[in-house]
Design a protein around this ligand. Sequence first.
Ligand code: LMR
Length: 338
Amino acid sequence: MLKKITNLLTATIILAASTFGFSAYAAPIVVKFSHVVAENTPKGQAALKFKEIAEKKLPGKVEVQVFPNSQLFGDGKEMEALLLNDVQIIAPSLSKFDRYTKKIQVFDLPFIFKDGNAALAFENSKEGKALLTSMKGKGLIGLDYWSNGMRHFSANKDFKLPKDIKGLKFRIQASDVYEEIMKSVGASGQKMAFAEVYQALESGVVDGQENSFSNTYSQKYHEVQKTILETNHGVLDYMVVVNEKWWDGLPADIKKGLSEAMHEATILNNQIAKQKNDDARAAILASSAANPKHAKIVKLTDAELAEWKKAMEPVYKRFEADIGVDLIKAAASHSNKK
Ligand code: LMR
């Protein structure tokens, strides 16, 4: 008799739970976060931090699954996967949004930011924040920017000036601005997914590439390149984006918890980004000292740097109409130029 009553009670509770959605019986919402870089990078670490905080803030309500190293989706596929809700969060480099908005191309203009802090100041400005919602009509919402670091060119030969890379082929991200940048110095750019770059450099499919020290070191590009020229020609930062429909459909408490977790992950990311890049630079120097076949890091004098800037200047004109003069001015204002 007692058993019967207990069974009846259990059945009633389960029925009530399924009818009214009691969370004690609901499965956690799975949030897949896919990215293309190694775990020991600013983005890799920040994604893990987001998982840790989100699951702590929303115990039993969300499960965040992080997939690094293009394990789940690589470049080219991750944006489509997000729109299909096959993945819920991605954090592509700002060079990879060409197809969704022309405005974000502003980040790729050569030498527009004198350093990572200038880029961060623009990201936190009114104009920078407005870009987070500029792809709403396309189904994407940006939650935040994450910093990585400044970009530098590397090649399988010694080079110092634009004329030295004439005719060489460089792997570039899926960015029309970078295609023009390479043309402006007489080289060519080949758009290629991040996961394919090491192999392409090693086999000579491309002669060079451009990236942050953190990516260069964690992907071992320095082992298959001869020279890394410290050009600081651009910033490699990210926008953390979600599928608009999925995000808007989340229960209020989940959305709040995930937003707070994202905020904390952003703070961590931006605190560690510079250090991670400085450490990677030091590790590349050590590696080149121990093995002369590994790339050396070459610095530029002011006069040499001026040659790179001058050669790339026409790129601005080419994209001015698409991006908008005011936005270019706003971005450049944080470096006290233009
Ligand atoms: C690249 O493709 O080189 C970078 O965008 C990779 C990344 O996410 O840092």
